[in-house]
Design a binder for this molecule. Sequence first.
Ligand code: ATP
Length: 869
Amino acid sequence: MKENWILDIDEISSNLKTDVNNGLSTEEAKKRLEKYGPNNLSEKKKRTVLSMLLDQFKDYMVIILIIASIVSLFLGEITDAVIILFIILLNAFLGMIQENNAEKSLESLKKLSAPVSRVLRDGKVIEIESQYLVPGDVVFLEAGNFVPADGRIIESANLKIDESALTGESIASEKIAGKLSDKNLNIGDRINMVYMGTIVTYGRGLFVVTETGMDTEMGKIAKMLDNEDKVRTPLQIKLEQLGKYLGTGALIICAIIFIIGVMEKRPVFDMFMTSVSLAVAAIPEGLPAIVTITLALGVQKMIKRNAIIRKLPAVETLGSANVICSDKTGTLTQNKMTVVKVYTDFKELDLNDQYDNKADFLLECSTLCTDAFIDDKGKSFGDPTEVAIVSVFEKNLSKKSDLENKYPRVAEIPFDSDRKMMTTIHKAHDNNYKVITKGAFDNVIERCKYILKDGKIENLTDDDKSKIKLENEKMGNNALRVLAISYKNTDDIPERLSSDDVEKDLIFIGLLGMIDPPREEVKDSVKICKMAGIKPVMITGDHKITAMAIAKELGILNKGDMAVTGRELEAMTDDELYKKVKDISVYARVSPEHKMRIVKAWQRNNAVVAMTGDGVNDAPALKQADIGAAMGITGTDVAKDSADMVLTDDNFATIVAAIEEGRTIYENIKKSIHYLLSCNIGEILVLLIATLAGMPMPLKPIHILWVNLVTDSLPALALGVEPADKDIMTKKPRPKNENIFADGLMFRIPIEGIMIGLVSFIAFLFGLRENLTNARTMAFAVLTFSQLSQAMNARSNKSIFKVGLLKNKYMVLALAVSIFLQLVVILTPLNAIFDIKNINIYDWDIIVLLSLSPIIIMEIVKALFFKTK
Ligand code: ATP
């Protein structure tokens, strides 16, 4: 290990062969990437396609069937054995493709939320994926970032880093750029170094990368840890259990069929093959893969609607969400701020009309107190509130850089959403500094002792304060965001800057009012929420009056709803909040810490809460919420990392869209389950009835396996991508932990299964009038086709004509392929291999009628018993 902390920056740069002012060149970075490899903690080995294929054969029943067919190969049943093996291979192959697709789409999801870093390359600041960082890169850090690699700090502006992931120390440590003298320091004491995976909680900084990937301190730990296991959703876990029960049930019935068959003196080996084939067909082994694919495809659809799911279980939870707590700025509003009003010297100036030079001093001070900037091409960087200030300044006065050259910044206390203020200190003359503080009105005015009247500094009286307060309220009522601006002159700056020492005895200059128009699409989304039984709640750091004005405009704050401030919230006990929370639609002037209480109070009321957030301090609430939604554009790495979902457009409407997708995905998974289980019941039943009735077996093992192949995958997958029901957002949210067999499935599955079994058996009886081959052909055909009818039935509790016969084009395709395959087997010479024969037109009529009867019957049942709009 190199003791980089005892070196000065020149030594480090020459060791790393880099230039801290310009960073590496793109070419050099490329070479180093080849040499050092990507900046990743090596992940668990991915499953290869071959291992996925082999996994398909892990199922006991499949292994038994393979052994059985090899035995029958030796006993001379060559054709049957070969076909069985072929079908099993085909099935395994399909299973592998499904799993591979599911895994790939989950993989690409991970890539979408890959972390990025701001680095200096070729003298320019660019953003790159953190995995491409190399030693020697110069990287920017700001509050909310994860440190992307290990390195030595070159610049620190109040940089504080939470290193608990490495050191266990929960208090963030202050970082400096100077060199240290002690060689033997623990990680926690190396205060001029930063380490991968730790969190910047405050301030800004610049560091040069010394180690990447597995060479980092985190990498050393990662070597010792086993990486995360696959995450499964609650539904997947429940289905796994259900699958076990159903599998056992199917096995028992197969065993019964076998025992009765043997007692009836049927050939033991035939009975064995039949029962094992039936078990393979009837055990819903494809279910987990279908569910994963449906989830993965649904998640892909969500991406198109700007929601990236980071944790798969969120997809299901979304369907139950009944409260959305949303930030205001940028999520409900456009975050396109424009300064429209300036209030100084007790006069309100409307900048929409024309510029007035009385605003000069206020704009100069507020511009100096910003981190935002606008480049030569007019592109803006930084917080929109600050961009608005810089742009009004540059439009009417001069370049921000000229102003900064005149008053260089020497220190700062950054903005944070608890203090709701920001202070910068600038050199004015030799030993004279100008302190500028801007921030939320209430917080700034509290710290002002003087006021600037007509260019003179005077005491700030109560009378002055009430006048300014009235103006603040007026601006708020017009939905303006208000910032108060103040300053003071000083001769010395304390070595350690603290808010209490610096942000006091300030001179009030005036107010800035800026508009941030609501997002148009949010109005519709709020309406949808109300129809869908979801309560939208606004949580904002902004002033109560501003917040209420916007909430009213959006339809969030209605008659009888309450708006409370952070202070009022603090005065409430948890029990009071628990009782009132349902009536509160707006929380204003809150700090991120309050969000946690709000989530918990809702959860005590049994609600499923979605909560948005962007800052470091939002992370705990994002974790606590049932669905934490982080902002994709303005969100910090930490917020994104704690969230279940990332909104790539920071938009409230996206949450509502994701809920709609979440509901649809859940419904579709239910449809696949409905379909597969009812079909399996049908398959078991045909054979059970025949066995009990002492009749010949209606289906041979190859038939059973073929039916399983043709009917199981495609229609079940197509059900997984059914388009959203147009009523989906008019229903109340699905209760948490609702049984998957709710909504009539408890009845529909067995009844429809019995129907499939019966029609197939009736077909068999019809066919028996001629001979066994004819009967088997008919049973084989009807069992397949009636299951395909069942796929149509399972699409909805509504009439399929209302749903739209051809609306799901994947279903149309799936049915067409399945029908085609079945016809090929019956009508072509292949029928000889399957031991069936082509049948006459009269029998075909019966096949069609019997196969369609499940639809006809269910249409009548739906019309009579299922009350749907
Ligand atoms: P939300 O996104 O939760 O709706 P917000 O963006 O309105 O919240 P914050 O960013 O916490 O909330 O801002 C709270 C208040 O702090 C604002 O109303 C404003 O008065 C003040 N403020 C915001 N940005 C700055 C800034 N860059 N400098 C100084 N004060 C600011």
